[in-house]
Design a protein around this ligand. Structure first.
Ligand code: HEC
Ligand code: HEC
Ligand code: HEC
Ligand code: HEC
Ligand code: HEC
Length: 311
């Protein structure tokens, strides 16, 4: 329930209360005004809370803008720009999303945050945005406004602020990294604290999914790879983390990068070893009729930390 619904409910309750007390509409008006002033003054903290939500798409984009991180973390920034995380909605949400099925809308103005369950992982910044932002994004999708969509991604701040801790809320002005940094020279984020999860698989598991997401009005299932990691790889003695296999030397490209076909083929050839054994002979089922026969044994072993493909 948002602040406006809250105050509507409150005013209706107030109206019935005054009608019962004074029995006339005029008195209700005067008494109601008094109560309204009182109500507005006590409701100040809740309006502060809603201020934290970005009210426009531009505000949300600026809040998560990380172009200045590039000044000092150039290599990591360049790697990240090539990663799938940097285009976590481009191309995916342009066709059909919002035009077909249960999430569709006739007019972008109708769209609310409820239309975007997929953003839980593809654009988690949405958690800090108002319904107005949802309708602005709907407009961008329906108008195929790629320039705007390109700005929506899993930025540095999603991983190093919002998702850097699992218990409690991230502190304002603080980043979370693999280690403590005494003084961080950024203008806004002046502290970096060691995150308890940054080097652990659960960090990635926050989005790389366990199974269906049942908390939504229309439950969705997309990525389930973390489930496979926990239930198959770990019990069979696997000991590596996602980061060890996908972020060697903090490589923020996080391969596989499906746009780099050659590298994906190379990685897959390494990961899925193919062991082929053949035995050929001639069989003589009918006398003097030799049939060339071959037995082929193929064994594919996956070295990945989970089933592949997974999506
Ligand atoms: C003016 C330079 C500067 C800017 C701007 C800057 N950083 Fe840093 N950052 C540093 C320095 C210096 C360190 C400490 C040395 C290191 O580990 O690279 C650091 C450390 C970090 C660490 C911790 C590394 C570790 O080993 O634990 C993270 C995470 C980080 N920065 C993220 C960011 C993000 C995200 C931004 C943009 C919001 C940003 N930084 C902006 C200079 C900067
Ligand atoms: C639990 C988090 C989560 C939710 C919710 C989620 N996704 Fe995903 N999605 C991911 C992750 C992580 C990947 C990439 C990993 C993979 O491919 O295994 C992905 C991959 C995809 C891809 C393939 C991307 C590509 O570049 O080929 C599409 C398309 C997609 N999601 C669409 C959706 C849609 C549409 C919804 C909502 C109906 C949705 N996702 C909801 C986490 C999620
Ligand atoms: C998908 C999540 C994710 C995103 C997005 C991300 N990082 Fe990281 N970052 C990590 C993880 C995980 C590590 C720790 C890797 C390790 O040590 O195994 C890390 C490590 C780092 C480090 C320490 C590097 C080192 O050598 O120890 C810096 C600095 C950093 N990130 C900055 C950034 C900046 C700047 C951006 C945006 C351009 C960014 N990160 C985006 C997850 C992320
Ligand atoms: C905030 C949610 C989020 C977090 C945290 C996250 N990812 Fe992702 N990741 C995604 C989404 C969404 C995609 C799909 C983007 C696309 O292709 O459209 C993706 C794509 C990828 C891909 C490319 C393969 C593919 O199928 O698209 C790899 C590899 C990957 N992530 C590894 C990691 C690792 C390793 C970590 C932990 C250090 C991590 N991710 C943390 C959401 C996340
Ligand atoms: C033992 C190494 C290993 C571990 C641990 C591991 N992966 Fe992978 N992963 C692979 C290999 C190998 C592939 C196949 C493509 C490639 O070589 O990158 C792969 C593929 C992927 C893909 C692409 C999925 C697809 O459908 O093709 C994603 C996304 C991914 N891993 C994320 C993760 C995440 C998140 C974790 C931790 C929960 C993790 N991986 C743990 C080795 C590993």
């Amino acid at each position: 329930m948002d602040a406006r619904q809250n105050s509507n409910l409150f005013l209706n309750l107030l109206k019935s209360f005054c009608m019962a007390l004074f029995g006339s509409r005029k008195a209700v008006g005067i008494a109601g005004l008094g109560f309204l002033v009182f109500f507005l003054s006590i409701s100040a903290p809740s309006s502060n809370a809603s201020e934290k939500q970005a009210q426009t798409l531009q505000e949300l984009i600026s809040r998560y803008d990380t172009s200045r991180c590039k000044e000092c973390h150039e290599e990591i920034h360049d790697q990240w720009e090539k990663s799938h995380h940097a285009r976590s909605i481009m191309g995916i949400f342009m066709d059909r999303y919002l035009t077909k099925g249960v999430l569709s809308v006739k007019n972008p103005k109708e769209a609310t945050r409820k239309n975007f369950p997929c953003f839980k992982c593809h654009f988690p910044q949405m958690e800090h945005a108002s319904d107005r932002v949802a309708s602005e994004i709907a407009e961008a999708i329906l108008n195929k406004d790629k320039k705007t969509m390109k700005k929506l991604n899993i930025s540095c701040l999603v991983c190093h602020h919002d998702k850097g801790i699992v218990h409690g809320l991230p502190k304002a002005g603080m980043l979370y990294g693999p280690a403590d940094v005494k003084e961080h020279p950024d203008d806004h984020y002046k502290l970096v604290r060691k995150s308890p999860i940054m080097k652990r698989s659960v960090m990635c598991g926050q989005c790389h999914g366990l199974g269906p997401n049942l908390e939504f009005e229309h439950p969705v299932q997309c990525a389930t790879l973390y489930g496979s990691y926990l239930h198959a790889y770990i019990p069979s003695g696997g000991a590596k983390t996602c980061q060890e296999c996908h972020m060697e030397n903090a490589d923020h490209v996080c391969p596989p990068n499906f746009e780099d076909r050659k590298d994906v083929s190379r990685r897959l050839a390494q990961a899925l070893t193919l062991d082929v054994g053949t035995l050929s002979y001639s069989s003589q089922i009918t006398p003097r009729k030799f049939v060339p026969t071959v037995v082929v044994n193929v064994r594919i072993t996956s070295k990945a930390g989970h089933r592949i493909p997974d999506g």
